[in-house]
Every structure is written in C-alpha cells, then in structure tokens.
Design a protein around this ligand. Sequence first.
Ligand SMILES: Nc1ccn([C@@H]2O[C@H](COP(=O)(O)OP(=O)(O)OP(=O)(O)O)[C@@H](O)[C@H]2O)c(=O)n1
Ligand SMILES: C[C@](O)(CO)[C@H](O)COP(=O)(O)O
Length: 228
Amino acid sequence: MHLLIPAAGMGRRMGSDRNKLLLTLMGKPILAWTLLAAEAADDVTSIGIIGQPADQSDFQQILGELSLSKPVQLIQGGDTRQESVYNGLQALPADAQRVLIHDGARCLATPQLLNRCAAVLLDCPGLIAAVPVKDTIKVVDPTGVIQDTPDRKNLWAAQTPQGFDVQLLKQCHDKGRTLGWEVTDDAALFERCGLPVRIVEGEETNLKVTTPVDLAIAEFILRQRLGL
Ligand SMILES: Nc1ccn([C@@H]2O[C@H](COP(=O)(O)OP(=O)(O)OP(=O)(O)O)[C@@H](O)[C@H]2O)c(=O)n1
Ligand SMILES: C[C@](O)(CO)[C@H](O)COP(=O)(O)O
C-alpha cells in the first residue's frame, strides 16, 4: 500500500529554526524513525515524502543513510498540511487504489499500527488511527467561557495513519479547495463530504512531536522501547 508522509512543516511550535523532523532524537533525525517504521511495515509498498525544497538535500542524506528497500519519492509540500497532502495525492500512481497518510512528526508509530490500518482499509473507504480521550474536553467561546462539555465516551483523539480510497479522497480535497475548507486532518474532508471514516485503535505512544516537551517524551518512550 502507498504511504504518504507529510514532512513539509516549519516546526513553529517546536521553536525550531528548521524543519523539526530534522531534529535529532536518540541519534537519528525524527524523520528517520518514521521512515524506519514504514520500512518495517510489510503492508507498506511505497513511500512518498512530502517536503519543502529547502529540506530536499537533508532528506536525501537521511535516505542515503537508511538505504531503504522500498521505493521512495520526494514530493513538494505546500503552505499547509492540507495542501501538502493534496500535492502528495497528485503524485500517486494513476492506478493507486488506497493510501495511508502518516505525519512525519508521529515518529513513534509502530509498523504494527501501519499494518493494522492497511488491513482495515481493504474493507472500508476511510479510517483513522485514534485513541480515547483521557481528559475532560471543554468547548469554549471566544471570551474564554465554557459552552459545552461533550460526553467523553464519544470523544477520540485523532492520530495518523489515516487511510482512504484514493479517488474519493482526491474528490474531497478538490471540493475542499473549491469551497475553501481549511482542515487539520484528511478525515475532516471525508466527513464534510458525508463519507464514513472508521476508527482504528491507535497507540498511546503515537504522539505527534510538536513542542519541546514532546521531544523529551519521545526520547523516554524510545529508550523504553529499545531497552536502553
Ligand atoms: N505545510 C505543511 C505543514 C505540516 N506538514 C506536516 O504535517 C505533519 C503535522 O504537522 P505539524 O505537527 O503541525 O508540523 P508543523 O507544521 O511543522 O508544526 P507547526 O504547526 O508547529 O509549525 C508534520 O509531519 C508536518 O511536517 C506538512 O507536510 N506540510
Ligand atoms: C493529522 C493530525 O496529526 C491528527 O491529529 C493533526 O491534525 C495534525 O495537526 P497539525 O496542526 O498539522 O500538527
């Protein structure tokens, strides 16, 4: 199955002066950990890395050091994650049926999670990895006053991988561009098009490395996982 890795961000919340996926985690760039998981996932057959031109040489160096066995294509990213994924979809082979989309920043996702999502995607048009919410979530108005407390039983925190039928997702992205939809995950486009998105149990350790504290948490998780 094709895997698209959005990796074209700027890492602003990380406070980084460069793409946070180039930051070192346990001796390797964050992106390298994500690529190693993709390499180890038997159901992933090809990898598309969506990145900014300025990062291309760094990405090529990472790929040279990893020597992956699977075909890898570098795709130009956009100004938003949504635009980057749109570009990634255009770069897929014309006969691509299904695609997994996985944030480069979610570098601790296991190959098993990628494989589980790929397997479920054979039987549905759209899915996301997600975990139940542990905190009580509040809906707050612009003045900072709580408006609602949704029932936590119905709340899940979306992760990636997110997987879709390629043609349907392309149509949803096209509609989003036409109507000016601005979304933070691809499932939202599917939902707005009235298409079903299934939940696949994610992993508590599948955090998105976003702020400096996430880097420390990621290192802790990796040390535990590597027995260090
Ligand atoms: N224009 C963009 C923005 C984000 N991403 C990717 O989407 C994933 C999730 O985005 P996020 O964690 O927000 O990364 P950044 O956009 O770099 O972070 P920030 O919002 O703090 O700048 C990341 O792997 C990031 O590289 C992307 O491919 N293209
Ligand atoms: C796609 C995602 O990882 C699901 O939780 C999240 O929406 C990405 O958000 P970001 O602001 O682009 O990091």
